[in-house]
Design a protein around this ligand. Structure first.
Ligand code: FAD
Length: 414
């Protein structure tokens, strides 16, 4: 079957309608560009995730005037994070600065709900959206400039052309693959498993998300996040190199952690809803080229997940937002070349570079059990230290202390 070509109808094609793609589409759509957004799924759709919507995502939602939509829908406000260390010590870190704020500094919202909100916002800007449309590859001209995509849609093979293609197609991006980017090495890739439960007990009254460094899960962590409607998102993430080196089987490990003496009473009357499912996390510890002739990558396709926390929604939204701005600038200037789009990469990395580097350093510190134990034990006994850690969530300069020997001297003397 020969493909039908659709020329000159769009200013930009956005592949993928997750947080990165939908944010880019909203920004470009609001600016009046002719946008086609494609997704191989049909919304609402699930995405394997911890479902934690961090402060950074909240900031973007607020800037784009979308926060109310998320607050109103099926989401649970969270006012802190609880950590526990390998020795079993536990510390609750409230986000003190926000305790009296009317809107929570973070949320837990099932991606089936959260992504659908962002998707609908993008649709409402009047762009064209094709769901159940699977992009098979990019189209490049003789100068290797990207000028369209090949897509299977509605039983047809189509070639849709545009001067810019934004790859927002996630961890297994077809756009990045066709641009010659290989799967990241196992040192910069994480494997994650997620399960939904109902009936988990013992959550903090301010709905803290929980990150547990359990002996068996190190160098990864076990999470338990409270969700709306009495459910919980439970999962584990571990660097792929560690999974391979130690031959870790993540699913039995998750079962083991749920039944672990530290957590078993909380799961006593809990019931798992649906299967345990896994997905990859391309980490931003080794960022990829993010732009070139006729293309930009955003979110997981650009490998932007925080290497310490595993958070990727905020970075997908930040990069999607910038990509939407840059496609507008490109259209105005009629410039679609790599030199022009280098400005996109610079802008995104100016925003994210420092925190990605810091998180990469912290990821390595996370291997040191005694350090985790000491920080968590001391913070559980010192309000001042707990407060300092709380400030670090909001302030990158404060967070820098985490890789400074002085901070650990302060911890030891706390
Ligand atoms: C187990 C796990 C837990 C996580 N927990 C958290 C967390 O708690 N908080 C957090 O912030 N981040 C978390 N993350 C990371 C987060 O899920 C991602 O960073 C985020 O989804 C990236 O958004 P995106 O828009 O780049 O990609 P995605 O959300 O993956 O969206 C990509 C879209 O592209 C579509 N697509 C893919 N291929 C094609 C194709 N060929 N043609 C057309 N469409 C296509 C897909 O259907 C999908 O809708 C977690 C990840 C994992 C795996």
């Amino acid at each position: 079957m020969s493909a039908t070509r659709i020329p000159d109808k769009y200013d930009v094609i956005i592949v993928g309608a997750g947080p990165g793609g939908s944010t880019a589409a909203t920004v470009a759509g609001r600016k009046g560009l002719r946008v086609l957004m494609l997704d191989k799924d049909t919304f609402p759709r699930d995405k394997i995730c911890g479902d934690a919507i961090s402060g950074k995502s909240v900031d973007v939602l607020r800037e784009l005037d979308l926060l109310d939509l998320v607050v109103r829908d099926e989401s649970l406000g969270s006012w802190g994070v609880t950590f526990s260390g390998p020795s079993g010590d536990e510390v609750a870190i409230p986000f003190t600065k926000f305790l009296d704020a009317p809107v929570a500094p973070g949320f837990v919202s099932p991606r089936e709900v959260f992504d659908n909100i962002l998707f609908n916002v993008a649709v409402e800007t009047g762009i064209d959206v094709w769901q159940n449309a699977s992009v098979r590859g990019i189209i490049q001209d003789e100068a290797q400039t990207v000028c369209g995509v090949r897509v299977e849609y509605d039983g047809q093979e189509l070639e849709v052309m545009a001067p810019v293609v934004i790859g927002a197609d996630g961890a297994y991006s077809v756009v990045a693959r066709d641009l010659g980017m290989k799967q990241l090495s196992e040192k910069h890739y994480c494997a994650g498993l997620r399960a939904y439960y109902e009936g988990v007990t013992g959550f903090h009254p301010r709905n803290h998300i929980e990150i547990h460094f359990v002996e068996e899960s190190i160098p990864g962590y076990f999470w338990i996040f409270p969700m709306p409607n009495g459910r919980a998102n439970v999962g584990i993430g571990m660097l792929s190199s560690a999974v391979k080196k130690r031959d870790v089987k993540l699913k039995p490990l998750l079962d083991l952690l749920v039944a672990h003496p530290r957590f078993e009473s909380r799961f006593e009357n809990a019931r798992r809803i649906g299967p345990v499912r896994g997905w990859g996390l391309p980490l931003g510890s080794k960022p990829r080229p993010m732009a070139g002739d006729g293309w930009m990558l955003v979110g997981d396709a650009a490998s932007l997940i925080d290497p310490f926390t595993g958070e990727g929604i905020g970075n997908a939204m930040v990069s999607g937002w910038r990509a939407g701005e840059w496609v507008h600038r490109a259209t105005e200037a009629a410039r679609f070349d790599a030199e022009f789009f280098a400005g996109y990469q610079t802008e995104v990395m100016d925003r994210l570079r420092n925190e990605l580097r810091l998180s990469h350093m912290m990821q390595r510190l996370g291997n040191w059990r005694w350090l985790l134990n000491t920080v968590i034990r001391k913070a559980s006994r010192s309000e001042e230290l707990a407060d300092l850690i709380s400030c670090m969530f909001d302030d990158l300069d404060e967070r820098r202390q985490l890789v400074s020997p002085l901070f650990y001297l302060k911890v030891l003397s706390a």
